[in-house]
Design a protein around this ligand. Structure first.
Ligand code: PNW
Length: 488
């Protein structure tokens, strides 16, 4: 173990025909996801204040193609066309994020920017006119720059208070129509990539700061949830939750130490956030390993964070085999702390799955089933959404080639079959969002990687062209009745 043939015998659903809607419960829905900085552009328009990503992308050497989100895919001006596309493809929900610095340009919550409110009102109203449910994320990595510069961003506990003020303004402005709120997207990526590896804004490299940044994100999340529950929930009748990401960790062998290592990895990755939300504190194994690096919650804070979600969102892309190790290079802070090696091969050396364009992303659909079932079993079967799932292609420069995205269609078939199986296994999964609607600004990789169901022609006026995978989804969502099929 893991021997590929033996292992995959436990996942026969992966070898079935097509997936179809009837593989999912009647109330199950499908959506697409995006985030503000990756698609909006219009960085100096509509009264928007700068975010840490505006500053980070201007630092030399941070972004592979030296690009930024100044224009991105110009969704700010093309939102109507983009929502029309979502509707035409037949998606029932849209997960987008609100840019904090469009609502409060300096992040402090002193004066609300009405133009920003209008922009998101337009988005929400256009979605509802087309029968698409809005799922709004309050924070997808674009902290107002002023908060970073004035108080130290996520390293200062006060950020939780400011996040609460911002969340309150969003609930008040949009909560009559938005019934699903996500506080923070993938706090783990902010903690590790923002403060350990430094590949994301604000680009810091520290062995202690990640734990502080995580601590304050958890408190910020819980502050927003408490405001929603005390002031809005009853009146507005919505739900609020957190989105975490998880690379599935499969033990490399049946050896006890590898099994424990895989569980430890999940505790460091998911448990770091889900344990506090469920039990009121970090996993025991993190306390033991990290000692004084890991901040403490007061009793009052524990009460605030415990049970602070109506649902959980899972962003999932890929998987690894995990082995116990104590030998890792100095620059692998986080994995060293966990004592794990991540392995991307089966026994015999075959890759764990087909490689997408990003070097971290291998296609392993069975990992999504396992991640969903694990969260259900470990955290008392919460309502779950898959809030992101997808893969990227390398830009070959040929529009024709990029539109024929066969591997992406395979990816979605496999991963959706895995979701359907997880539901049969007992996971309470209510909906699924593909990442992403459009090719967009892929953070440190700039525009070199394409995650979209819809191709964006960066050289020709940012025109939109649905890929084969978009038409595949359209057929799935129409239950196979759409005989028109591919329209191009
Ligand atoms: C997500 N991993 O981040 C983000 O929410 C999106 O904004 C981003 O565009 C998308 O993934 C694709 O990268 C993740 O290594 C990045 O497991 C990497 C991982 C997970 C999530």
């Amino acid at each position: 173990m893991p021997n590929k043939e033996e292992f995959l015998k436990d996942h026969p659903y992966l070898f079935n025909k097509e997936v179809s809607r009837s593989d999912f419960p009647p109330a199950f829905f499908f959506g697409v996801a995006t985030s503000a900085y990756q698609i909006e552009g219009a960085c100096n328009e509509g009264g928007r204040g700068p975010s840490i990503w505006d500053a980070f992308t201007r630092r030399e050497g941070t972004i592979l193609d030296a690009s930024n989100g100044d224009i991105a895919v110009d969704h700010y001006h093309r939102y109507k066309e983009d929502i029309e596309l979502i509707a035409k493809l037949g998606f029932e929900a849209y997960r987008f994020s609100i840019s904090w610095s469009r609502i409060f340009p300096d992040g402090l919550g002193t004066k609300i920017n009405e133009e920003g409110v209008t922009f998101y009102n337009n988005i929400i109203n256009t979605l509802l006119e087309r029968g698409i449910q809005p799922y709004a994320t309050l924070y997808h990595w674009d902290l107002p720059l002023h908060l970073e510069e004035s108080i130290g961003g996520w390293l200062n506990k006060d950020v939780a208070k400011y996040f609460g003020i911002y969340a309150d303004a969003c609930f008040a402005s949009f909560g009559d129509r938005v019934k699903h709120w996500i506080t923070i997207n993938e706090p783990q990526q902010t903690s590790i990539n923002g403060y350990d590896t430094g590949i994301f804004a604000p680009g810091r490299r520290s062995s202690t700061e990640p734990y502080l940044a995580a601590h304050h994100q958890i408190l910020a999340h819980a502050t927003a949830v408490s405001i929603y529950r005390s002031k809005y929930k009853e009146k507005q009748g919505g739900q609020i939750g957190l989105v975490v990401d998880c690379e599935w960790a499969e033990p490399k062998s049946n050896k006890v130490e590898d099994k424990i290592a895989a569980t430890r990895r999940l505790d460091f990755h998911l448990g770091w956030y889900l344990h506090p939300l469920y039990y009121g504190d970090y996993p025991e194994v993190m306390r033991e390993t990290l000692a004084e690096k890991l901040p403490m919650f007061t009793e009052e804070e524990k009460a605030l964070i415990r049970n602070s979600y109506d649902f959980l969102g899972l962003n999932h892309y890929t998987s690894r085999f995990i082995a116990h190790t104590t030998e890792l290079p100095e620059n692998h802070n986080f994995y060293r702390a966990q004592g794990v090696a991540r392995i991307d091969e089966w026994d015999g050396g075959e890759p764990i799955g087909e490689r997408a364009a990003s070097e971290w992303l291998y296609v392993c659909p069975w990992g999504l089933r396992k991640a969903l079932v694990y969260i259900s079993q470990r955290y008392n079967n919460p309502p779950l959404y898959v809030t992101e799932n997808g893969m990227d292609d390398e830009d070959t420069g040929s529009l024709h080639e990029m539109l024929d995205d066969k591997l992406r269609v395979q990816y979605y078939k496999g991963y959706l079959a895995a979701v359907s199986q997880a539901i049969k296994d007992g996971a309470n999964v209510r909906g699924y969002f593909a990442w992403s609607l459009l090719d967009n600004f892929e953070w440190q990789l700039g525009y070199t990687k394409r995650f979209g169901l819809v191709y964006v022609d960066y050289k020709n006026g940012l025109t939109r062209h649905p890929k084969s995978s978009a038409y595949w989804f359209a057929r799935l969502l129409k239950g196979g009745e759409d005989k028109k099929g591919k329209e191009d």
